[in-house]
Design a protein around this ligand. Structure first.
Ligand code: PLP
Length: 483
């Protein structure tokens, strides 16, 4: 029996289904598997020729008991989740011409054009599958820095067993991202624009934590979340590391470097766990913009919140990378008491200086960088000029970080994760290319179509958001359940 427990030690072990439907663990911690499976080089070699969906099936099967989801159910879930992707291979690669052995992993060919589609396509379908089977109904709440929201909305649209509440910091996301959420006409999708957020998306995480802490409310509306606090997101995101590795290497066992534009550390937590399972990644590059919380954690062992700065790579304008706690758990011999103490210390003091032993235990095999706005824009411009390839600002942060760290990196093939389509960031593309026109590569028909639709959205002020949401979610719940 494969079981999941809280990384802060509270509650009892649960099965995969409970971990997915709960979102947060009962004690407010993050669910983790009690053990990580080990993958041998032989196993990797057997997987070398698999397509993305076949590989996903193999990896997920290591974490999900067949008694919870049967073989045929898992195959069907995966197939249904990814049939809305634009490319049949799901994730394509692009080899850069002007950089040595550097490959861009294009994670943005899902229906809402960001890497969030990869995790959420599966997770939202999975939640719906469990709810239908149990004849249950849930309110799903997420906070977004621009990409989780559209993906949650798209995959939740029309699913009769769930209502999706999507909080976004008004003014901190692009117009394109906003319209991706607000132009879906389905009655079970509720985008909520929260104005006057002092800390951008991080404020919304706090509001959600408060709603979770209101147990009467939480139980009444059957609250859950598909943010990357949910184990299902992390699990699904391990797959693209295996897939990318297998697509890139000439022989199994060859080592590569991987650069990841990082905010909440959900993507890299998955990468780090894939390596702990046995994937031969030499160095992970933690690519931050000027909101450099992760860079400070990895370079000098200091976890400290600083004021938010708006940047061109707005999806990673994040102050508190909560999935770091999930990864750290596996680096300190699964000592949940330590994790709990650190999390409390952070809550009380707003900062932690990790001791040298702890710092080494999590930073091994990682390098980090903080890329500023000018460097991001220059990278977009130079790659477009030199090889007419258009990066989005997050992909540009990842690529620039590799360049900045090149003297410290071993000379290996490098995989750069491009996490969004540039069509979600047309203002940034214009600024970077210093042109009035967006090149065709920077447009997408789905974004153009959203411009022609009506918007439907709730708006509230940060100051009143908790009370306003409680009220509107209860009303919605009662209306649905009267029917
Ligand atoms: C969410 C997001 C990221 C960061 O992923 P984390 O898992 O939060 O580190 C990077 N790029 C884009 C475009 C995103 O939407």
């Amino acid at each position: 029996m494969i079981q999941y427990i809280s990384n802060t030690g509270g509650g009892k072990p649960v099965d995969f289904e409970t971990a997915i439907l709960d979102g947060f663990a009962v004690d407010g911690g993050l669910y983790v598997p009690t053990a990580l499976p080990k993958i041998s080089l032989q196993q990797l070699a057997n997987w070398k020729k698999l397509g993305y969906l076949e590989l996903a099936f193999e990896i997920l099967s290591l974490f999900i008991d067949r008694s919870v989801i049967s073989e045929i159910e898992l195959k069907t879930l995966l197939h249904d989740a990814y049939n809305s992707f634009e490319k049949s291979e799901i994730i394509p690669f692009h080899k850069l011409k002007t950089k040595k052995e550097t490959f861009i992993m294009e994670l943005f060919y899902g229906p809402t054009l960001s890497f969030k589609d990869i995790g959420l396509a599966f997770l939202v379908n999975l939640v719906d599958f469990f709810l239908k089977r149990n004849n249950e109904f849930k309110s799903i709440i997420v906070a977004t820095t621009g990409d989780t929201g559209p993906a949650t909305a798209f995959f939740s649209a029309g699913k009769s067993n769930l209502s999706a509440w999507i909080l976004y910091p008004k003014g901190f996301i692009t117009e394109e991202q906003e319209r991706q959420m607000t132009t879906l006409a389905h009655t079970n999708i509720h985008p909520v624009g929260v104005s006057n957020c002092p800390d951008g998306g991080d404020d919304l995480d706090l509001i959600i934590a408060k709603l979770y802490a209101n147990l009467d409310f939480k139980n009444k509306v059957q609250l859950s979340s598909v943010n990357s606090i949910n184990w299902g997101r992390i699990l699904m995101q391990t797959v693209h590391y295996f897939y990318g590795y297998l697509q890139m290497v000439d022989h199994i066992g060859e080592k590569i470097n991987v650069s990841v534009p990082s905010g909440a550390f959900g993507n890299l937590c998955a990468g780090g766990l894939a390596r702990k399972m046995g994937l031969p990644i030499n160095t992970f590059i933690v690519a931050n913009n000027t909101n450099a919380c992760l860079h400070r954690i990895f370079s000098n062992g200091i976890f400290q919140k600083q004021p938010i700065v708006e940047t061109p790579s707005s999806a990673i304008d994040i102050l508190i990378p909560y999935n770091f706690w999930r990864y750290l758990y596996f680096c300190v011999n699964k000592d949940s008491e330590k994790i709990k103490a650190w999390m409390n210390e952070f809550k009380t003091n707003g900062q932690i200086h990790f001791d040298a032993g702890t710092h080494n235990s999590y930073a091994e095999g990682f390098l980090s960088a903080s890329i500023n706005d000018g460097q991001t824009l220059e990278t977009i411009a130079s790659i477009y000029k030199n090889e007419s390839y258009l990066l989005d600002p997050h992909g540009a942060v990842a690529l620039k970080a590799v360049e900045q760290l090149k003297n410290e990196l071993e000379d290996l093939k490098t995989l750069c994760l491009a996490t969004a389509h540039p069509a979600k960031f047309t203002k940034i593309t214009k600024r970077a290319l210093k042109g009035k026109e967006i090149p065709d590569k920077g447009k997408h028909h789905s974004i153009e179509k959203a411009k022609t639709r009506c918007e439907k959205v709730y708006l509230c002020d940060h100051l009143h958001a908790e009370a306003a949401l409680t009220q509107v979610m209860l009303t919605d719940w009662d209306l649905k359940n009267e029917k």
